[in-house]
Design a protein around this ligand. Structure first.
Ligand code: PEP
Ligand code: MG
Length: 333
């Protein structure tokens, strides 16, 4: 018997163990049925605070799960996945139908497409980067700004896919300084201008940046002034703030998104962005963890984005709580 929740395997389980697990299976089934009943209802707290819940996906094949989850949009589409499963770089004409399908599937709900976030542990076989320390190397926005021809091709495909739908939100990954955002916005404006000149149907998009590098925490207000929204990537933010590899099982214990430094960083980003009236989403794994989601609600996060499988539980938790109580729980200590 395999207990996937706790990472345990029972070989020839005793009667009492079997009984306990049967009971748990029954409880899980009851909970799933209760969660299913919330499907069409919004995530709204008992004191009437509404917090949109979105989903994270990376492949078109995941669309049915995303749609069935009851999410109010896609908060993170990791566009690198379609690039990673191929053996050559997809050109604009190959990227366009993929983006169009995702945007159409959710229209008019928002779809946040993150531009190519390769490097680190996500290496393209056809564009290898040889680095001693890839996590601190040419990844995310650094890679695309170093390869503007790849970036422009993706931006063109995305803007074309948004024509007539207008539900695209663009998200730039691994931003560590303001200049990167300015440069990326410049290339985005160029892609849009070129399409207009060519007479190709296109539509501008709302733009956001990921806050997942510690320097971006200290720049949150300046970044918020330049874009329409911020999205906190707690997976990388935790890794870089605590100097703990997110993929190394040996350091799974020190990798802690509830470390006070991570919580304070998240709070600081939200406060800085709100001073500029810029909304903040959280799209790292933290948003899909029930206790952490309440903490984020208490810190005034504007929306949460998570794996489709987590959504129903998070909705249930939010509907069972008040923001007032969540604020008390998340007060600075
Ligand atoms: C994150 O870093 O929290 C994030 C959402 O991005 P990814 O997990 O794709 O690095
Ligand atoms: Mg990340």
């Amino acid at each position: 018997m395999i207990d996937g929740n706790r990472g345990r395997i029972h070989i020839r389980p005793s009667r009492s163990v079997l009984r306990a697990y049967r009971q748990r299976l029954g409880d899980e089934r009851d909970l799933s049925a209760r969660l299913q009943a919330l499907h069409a209802l919004p995530a709204i707290t008992r004191d009437a605070v509404r917090i949109p819940l979105h989903v994270n996906i990376g492949l078109v094949d995941e669309l049915p799960f995303a749609q069935a989850s009851g999410g109010e949009g896609i908060g993170l589409f990791r566009t690198e996945f379609p690039f990673l499963i191929r053996e050559s770089l997809p050109v604009e004409e190959e990227q366009y139908p993929l983006y169009r399908r995702v945007l159409e599937a959710f229209a008019p709900k928002p779809v946040t497409m993150r531009t190519l976030d390769v490097g680190g542990d996500k290496i393209l076989s056809y564009l290898p980067v040889e680095e001693e320390n890839p996590s601190l190397g040419c990844r995310g926005i650094r890679f695309t700004l170093d390869h503007p021809e790849i970036f422009l091709m993706q931006l063109r495909a995305l803007l074309r896919a948004n024509a007539g739908l207008n539900n695209l939100q663009l998200l730039f990954p691994m931003i560590s300084k303001v200049g990167e955002v300015d440069e990326a916005l410049g290339l985005l404006a160029r892609a849009h201008r070129e399409l207009l000149e060519e007479g190709v149907a296109t539509a501008k998009a709302r733009v956001g940046v990921m806050i997942e590098v510690p320097s971006a925490v200290y720049l949150a207000e300046a970044l918020a002034r330049r874009v329409d929204f911020l999205s906190i990537g707690t997976n990388d933010l935790t890794q870089y703030l605590l100097a703990v590899d997110r993929n190394n099982a040996e350091v799974a214990t020190p990798y802690d998104s509830l470390h006070p430094a991570v919580i304070n960083a998240v709070r600081q980003v939200i406060e800085g962005a709100h001073r500029q009236r810029t909304p903040v989403s959280v799209c790292g794994e933290m948003a899909g963890d029930p206790a952490s989601a309440l903490l984020l609600l208490g810190m005034d996060a504007d929306s949460l984005s998570m794996n489709p499988t987590s959504l129903a539980r998070i909705k249930w938790v939010i509907r069972s709580f008040t923001q007032r109580r969540a604020r008390n729980c998340s007060m600075k200590r």
